[in-house]
Design a protein around this ligand. Structure first.
Ligand code: PEP
Ligand code: MG
Length: 816
């Protein structure tokens, strides 16, 4: 660097100044530390003043070093410096940092040194090599500061040893009005539009932009300041995109009219932008379709499937800020990151309102429904991080005054407190009173193209978990190829049915139970008809009743009294039945197929309803394709017995209806008890298909109650005993081993046996990869995750041909 710049590190006359920056293998904007202007000392600052002919600039650079070095390297509170700055600005009657004159800066440097001394017990080091050594160490260590750790947790960044440290020669954007600094993206990271996007500040250093301290100008306004530089930047966009074939996030500085690029990296973007950029780059001929699919993390599609504000809904716009990260969200106001975390935990939707967000706030930003700031621009770290998560954010809404002390904000004379709800539109920057109505998302042509390509490449089928016609229809419009799990118990909670269900449970003998079930049957039949119709031509796996019966009774005394009155029964009888049904471990109790063994009439009613619905659909020309699934099987014998009962009921129902040409209804089982997996070959003798219920399988393999993990799971994750919540992402080595074993054992009996997964894991990209690898036929997930599963399945298939670093796997050539 000395050779290239002709300056010397440690020189008093013409010092080479450097920055010490972090640089991890994965971009973590603003999460680690940086020190600028390293190499300045009491003597060198005068040398810099002479050689630059600008003493004010030299002093400004020195005070920044004192502040950053003190804060980042020595742990001096940033506020201690800020207080001095505010005091001296006030003394000089100025409000902007840039208006403080040389005399003020001299004073400030003395004050900063005193702050440094007070908090560290030593003088600011006058040896540049010592500064360097300490700064390098501090930046290495900043890998482990809490916000960096939290960011990696949230983004599931694991397996990295730490950050690199870059030492780079300084250029200065604060050398006067012909200098400046900024951040830019080669395409719009919110929408993906192919437009240069960015911000800049005249006469400033980079930290001022990314830290969100001053609200910068839009880069398109640069033409009024320096048209030549704006044009150079457009050239940079072209060169970088041609080279990287990817959208770039750049930091640049203009020093006395010369443009310097400080860094470039692949830019963070929203899910919208990810899809648009990837598909447009295919159209531009920069990348292939396969590369496009590999560039959109499947989970990012989630954002495209979220509601937007209804344009025709009434809205009272209070003010407009910068549209920093798109989305439509509403919430009550929270004034600190911790508050946002706590209140979200308690089930509230909150908007985190801050003057500016600092990287320290990331937990709160992640928890909150949305983020609203009164200063800061669209390229501040807060905005970049929010976009990376697809979290709605409106920044720099300057008309908002935040009164932290009394926990209110004021917007143009109106005051709102922590119980008030506001809505923010991250695509327009509008801040609105109350909760504005939303509408279903409008999917773009680019989304459709990407999905089409994914369908061409995936091998795994994608079904949905749905138990209403509306959910079934929605999932179908998202590309579901059938229903993998229709949980029938949800149907018993609606309206009158819950009373009929309770009547059935309270019945004292089989005869009374059958009378109650007869009342439920027509409701079930209509439900199934609706679902079969919504999924006409596609398979619908209906699971027989699964939860323990006590879940349908009420445990509250006053409701029990009401029920007694309605059914004309003594309340004591209800209390006694509730007590009788009580179980210590209901998840391991009288549920699933055990109910059908003890109360065969429940199975018979459900199977009759399914069969009658199929018959009626058939008669109306609707192609119904039901499949009947028995839950919680642990032994082959259970399935053997129940299957016979199901088949008898189907045959009887068809006969009663005078039908001879009923389409065959396959009968299969869930594999969700470890014993069923271990004996899958025996179970397979009686099953037409397997569907892995990995929720229960995880519960029973780990011995963790699904409903009670919150008391210990966070500790397990923090202490890295578990890498992930095994209920969200399948535990490949344990639970996965059982699934894989069951697949092979089942296929010994029937090599073409259809096998799928219907636990929550069916919508999780990592688990979907596993399902692809072990040769399942389909995954089934909630309607909103269907497109995610389609893309994840294609990505896994494509990825199989790639190395870890994303390059194509090459055949090993034997040498010699
Ligand atoms: C399962 O156990 O994975 C499953 C799908 O069933 P449920 O969640 O209803 O128990
Ligand atoms: Mg289950």
């Amino acid at each position: 660097m000395e050779e290239e710049t002709g300056k010397q590190f440690g020189s008093d006359n013409d010092p080479l100044l450097v920055s010490v920056r972090s640089g991890a293998a994965v971009s973590m904007p603003g999460m680690m530390d940086t020190v600028l202007n390293l190499g300045l000392t009491d003597k060198a600052v005068e040398g810099l003043a002479t050689i630059s002919g600008n003493r004010r600039f030299a002093l400004d650079a020195y005070r920044r070093l004192l502040n950053m070095f003190g804060d980042v390297v020595m742990g001096v509170p940033h506020d201690a410096f800020e207080e001095e700055f505010d005091r001296i600005k006030e003394q000089h009657g100025v409000t902007l940092d840039t208006d403080l004159n040389e005399e003020g800066l001299d004073q400030l440097i003395a004050a900063y040194k005193a702050v440094y001394r007070k908090h560290t017990g030593e003088e600011f080091p006058q040896d540049p090599y010592l500064q360097m050594q300490k700064a390098v160490e501090a930046v290495f260590k900043s890998w482990n500061i809490p916000r960096a750790i939290r960011y990696r947790e949230i983004n599931e960044i694991t397996g990295l040893l730490g950050t690199a440290v870059n030492v780079q020669s300084m250029v200065f954007g604060n050398m006067g009005d012909d200098s400046g600094t900024g951040v830019a993206f080669t395409r719009d990271p919110s929408t993906g539009l192919n437009e240069f996007y960015g911000e800049f500040l005249v006469n400033a250093q980079g930290e001022d932009v990314v830290a969100g301290i001053r609200t910068p100008q839009n880069v398109t306004e640069m033409v009024h300041w320096r048209k030549d530089i704006y044009e150079q930047l457009l050239d940079v966009k072209r060169i970088l995109e041609n080279h990287y074939r990817e959208m770039q996030d750049i930091e640049y500085t203009i020093e006395r009219g010369n443009l310097y690029l400080l860094q470039t990296r692949t830019g963070k973007r929203t899910g919208f932008a990810a899809v648009k950029i990837a598909v447009e780059m295919v159209v531009e001929g920069r990348i292939t379709r396969n590369e496009a699919m590999m560039r959109v993390p499947a989970n990012d599609l989630n954002q495209l499937l979220l509601p937007t504000f209804d344009p025709s809904a009434a809205r009272e716009v209070l003010t407009t800020g910068l549209p920093a990260s798109p989305g439509a969200c509403f919430g009550m106001l929270a004034f600190s990151a911790d508050e946002a975390v706590d209140r979200t935990h308690e089930g509230e939707a909150v908007l985190l309102v801050r003057k500016e967000t600092s990287p320290e706030d990331i937990s709160g930003m992640h928890a909150a429904a949305g983020i609203l700031t009164s200063t800061g621009g669209m390229t501040s770290h807060a905005a970049v991080v929010a976009r990376g998560w697809g979290k709605c954010c409106v920044a720099g809404a300057g008309e908002i005054t935040i009164n932290e002390a009394d926990r209110t904000i004021t917007i143009n004379g109106r005051t709102f407190g922590d119980r008030d709800t506001l809505s923010i539109d991250g695509s327009t920057g509008e801040v609105m009173a109350g909760k504005v109505a939303t509408q279903d998302p409008q999917l773009s042509d680019e989304f459709d193209s990407l999905m089409e390509w994914a369908d061409e490449h995936r091998k795994l089928g994608v079904r949905t978990n749905a138990d209403t016609p509306a959910d079934a229809a929605r999932a179908r419009s998202y590309g579901a190829e059938g229903i993998g799990l229709c949980r029938t118990e949800h149907m018993f909670f609606e309206g009158e049915r819950i009373t009929e269900m309770r009547e059935m449970i309270l019945a004292e003998n089989q005869e009374d139970r059958i009378t109650a079930l007869d009342k439920l049957l027509p409701h079930q039949r209509e439900d199934f008809k609706g679902i079969f119709t919504a999924m006409a031509g596609l398979p619908v796996t209906v699971r027989l009743l699964d939860p323990p019966l006590h879940e349908f009774l009420t445990h509250e005394k006053h409701l029990q009294a009401e029920l007694a009155e309605r059914l004309g029964l003594p309340v004591e009888k209800i209390e006694a039945r509730v007590a009788q049904l009580h179980e210590s471990n209901p998840m391991l109790g009288h549920r699933g197929c055990r109910l059908s063994i003890t109360y065969p009439e429940i199975l018979e009613m459900q199977v009759t309803a399914i069969t009658e619905a199929a018959i009626e659909c058939q008669q109306e020309g609707v192609e119904a394709r039901p499949e009947i699934m028995i839950p919680l099987v642990g032994t082959a014998k259970e399935l053997d017995l129940l299957r016979q009962r199901v088949e008898r009921t189907i045959a009887l129902t068809a006969r009663n209806r005078g039908i001879t040409d009923l389409v065959e209804i396959p009968v299969g089982t869930m594999i969700e008890i470890p014993r069923a997996a271990l004996t899958a070959d025996q179970v397979a003798e009686h099953a037409d298909f397997f569907s892995f219920g990995t929720n229960d399988l995880t519960q029973m393999t780990f011995g963790y109650s699904r409903d009670d993990i919150n008391s210990f799971l966070p500790h397990y994750l923090r202490q890295e005993i578990l890498e992930r919540d095994p209920f969200q992402s399948i535990d490949v080595s344990g639970v996965g081993q059982l699934v894989e074993m069951a697949v092979s054992k089942g296929r010994i009996i029937d090599e073409n046996m259809k096998m799928g997964i219907c636990g929550e894991h069916g919508g999780d990209p990592a688990s979907i990869s596993f399902c692809h690898d072990i040769g399942l036929n389909y995954v089934s997930c909630s309607p909103f995750r269907v497109p995610i599963a389609r893309l994840a399945a294609a990505r896994r298939r494509l990825n199989k041909g790639l190395n870890k670093n994303g390059t194509r796997r090459r055949r090993r050539v034997r040498r010699g």
